[in-house]
Design a protein around this ligand. Structure first.
Ligand SMILES: *Cc1c(COP(=O)(O)O)cnc(C)c1O
Length: 369
């Protein structure tokens, strides 16, 4: 996935239209004091469109607002759509940074390739985020585990009901202030094992970050809620024995001897940027991480027999989250999620890097403002 050196929308090619009815500063401060997640949006958005033959054009930062969507818009029917999720963090000195955005850009390109969408070069992906975050920098909260969640996405905006890759595509970036994922301290999540529904099959779209994967996971998520769980663990679609991941987070298993196992990337698992960082940080902290096939039987027996000391899930939104119990029809095993020293050590280390509290020796951070 090399990105072309051609910069489709370099800084000076991005048009700018200021939002004249921006949220007033007092109201914005009120929102930033308690932003929640995904309900408030900044004053602007970034958009650009792509057309077969002409490529990317009309890049602009403009007032946040609705699209006008024709009922025959392709994405509404055939779900040709992908997205990304990353955060902008405010450091103590007021500067604003994001974490490994090149990885998100490259994953966006891989997702695009799988969904027959046009590739957006890495520099354009970064330019779009920089343009939006610098415009709406007042919306980046400071303090605690707060951030500005940035959501780039791309969808088939051609008005056409035939089935083929669309010839007109819209790329958009929106941003939403986010409070700490756990408002009252890190709390273990309970996981429901989905035995009837799978998320992704070999040859399918599991490794692409596309809305369709989420649509397919929702009924299992409903089942989890009905069983008093927070999240769903999905198994492989072939023999329903290998653990893959949660609906939107990757999984890790910490053994009492300090070794850590995470499911290997099979093509049906989404390669998390957090997952990759956790593998490096765990190694630095003296834990060898084995990426391999890991069965649900190993999970159940390992936790029940106390060979597995900690289980955690990870992703950009929730960072690292301890798993309390695993439940399935007719059974349950509980790890002591409240005491998760390895999980918390890796979590703190990652947050220290993201919030600029320790030197960024791997150069993972990318300054936006
Ligand atoms: C986004 C996502 C993750 C986590 O990826 P990060 O890059 O760490 O945020 C894991 N699984 C799925 C299915 C995802 O969509």
């Amino acid at each position: 996935m090399t990105s072309s050196p051609h910069l489709a929308f370099g800084r000076n090619q991005i048009a700018f239209e200021r939002n004249d009815s921006a949220v007033d500063p007092a109201r914005r401060d009120e929102i930033l004091a308690n932003p929640g997640f995904g309900t408030h949006f900044t004053d602007h958005m970034f958009t650009s469109t792509w057309a077969a033959g002409t490529g990317w054009h009309d890049a602009a930062v403009k007032p946040y607002g609705p699209f006008s969507v024709d009922p025959a818009t392709s994405v509404l029917h055939y779900a040709q759509e992908i997205f990304e999720g990353l955060k902008a963090y405010r450091h103590q000195d007021g500067s604003v940074w994001t974490f490994r955005p090149h990885s998100n850009a490259e994953r966006f390109q891989r997702s695009a390739a799988r969904m027959a969408l046009p590739e957006l070069p890495t520099l354009d992906f970064l330019a779009a985020i920089e343009a939006l975050v610098s415009t709406d920098v007042e919306w980046v909260p400071g303090g605690g585990e707060t951030s500005l969640y940035v959501r780039p996405f791309m969808f088939a905006s051609e008005v056409f009901l035939g089935v083929r890759p669309a010839k007109e595509i819209t790329f958009c970036v929106i941003a939403s202030p986010a409070g700490p994922y756990f408002s009252s301290g890190v709390k273990p999540v309970d996981i429901w094992l989905s035995e009837d529904f799978t998320r992704a099959a070999p040859g399918g779209t599991g490794a692409a970050k596309c809305g369709g994967n989420y649509a397919a996971s929702l009924v299992a998520q409903q089942e989890a809620i009905a069983n008093e769980c927070d999240q769903v663990a999905f198994l492989d679609a072939v023999d329903h024995s290998a653990v893959e991941e949660l609906g939107g987070m990757n999984l890790f298993f910490v053994y009492t001897d300090g070794a850590i196992v995470t499911p290997e990337l099979t093509g049906s698992i989404l390669e998390g940027v957090t997952r990759s960082a956790v593998i490096d940080l765990a190694d630095e902290l003296g834990h060898k991480v084995d990426e391999r096939r890991f069965t649900v039987q190993e999970w159940r027996e390992g936790v029940a027999g106390k060979d597995i000391a900690e289980v955690f899930a990870c992703g950009t939104a929730a960072v690292l989250t301890p798993v309390g119990s695993l439940k399935w029809r007719g059974g349950e095993v509980s790890s002591d999620g409240a005491e998760a020293p390895v999980t918390m050590q890796i979590r703190d280390r990652l947050l220290d890097i993201q919030y600029g509290r320790v030197p960024d020796s791997r150069r993972w951070m990318h300054r936006l403002v």
